[in-house]
Write a protein that binds this ligand. Structure first.
Ligand code: GRF
Length: 194
């Protein structure tokens, strides 16, 4: 089976990356993680990737004079390896419009909220402060406007009376680990059938 070649971009713990790596170990999974790029040399996700035998690259934004130059370095590295789809997984840099446009329809992100609610940061605290009864996670296509692209998969969890940011974050993370591999499977199968 021909699997779609995926690059995952991370900045931190990489638990979503781990979920994708684990899913891609399944024999019938239509995608393989072939490259992991981090802008942060200390990201634990790099260790996860190395442990799984996946090529890793550190492309530190601090080494580049502009956002565009940083994005160009990522673009070049990805092109060189014939990557077909990019998954952002806790990648904490906003990508330039040129990059996003070049990869439009091939660039996914996971966001810890029920988009279009709570774009940006601190989603759990904002959902709690608003007194919401549910919160969730969304996998979506990336467009130049932050957290605004078309939704691929979304799922909610109930907010419980005793929830705080920490407890909610744990449940949302667990949900993300199910949702992202499902969304990537869906997208990869659609790609292969086109
Ligand atoms: C996740 O909550 C994801 O939705 C957000 O950043 C977090 C990354 O966590 N974009 P991890 O590095 O995958 O553990």
């Amino acid at each position: 089976m021909q699997r779609l070649r995926i690059a995952v971009l991370i900045s931190g713990a990489g638990s979503n990356l781990q979920a994708l790596i684990d899913a891609a170990r399944e024999q019938d999974y239509p995608a393989e993680i072939t490259l992991v790029i981090s802008n942060n040399p200390d990201a634990f996700g790099l260790t996860r990737a190395r442990d799984a035998g996946i090529e890793t690259l550190v492309i530190a934004h601090t080494d580049y004079p502009s956002r565009e130059a940083f994005d160009n370095a990522i673009h070049a590295a990805i092109l060189l390896r014939n990557i077909e789809l990019i998954c952002l997984a806790g990648f904490m840099r906003v990508l330039s419009e040129d990059f996003v446009t070049a990869w439009r329809g091939r660039l996914l992100n996971i966001h810890p909220s029920l988009l279009p609610k709570y774009k940006g940061l601190n989603t759990h605290a904002r959902a709690l402060e608003a007194g919401d009864t549910e919160h969730g996670a969304t996998v979506h296509w990336v467009t130049p406007e932050l957290d605004s692209g078309e939704i691929i998969l979304q799922q909610a969890v109930a907010i419980l009376p005793n929830d705080d940011v920490a407890s909610l974050k744990i449940r949302i993370h667990a949900l993300e680990h199910l949702l992202y591999p499902q969304a990537l499977r869906k997208v990869a199968l659609e790609f292969k059938s086109n």
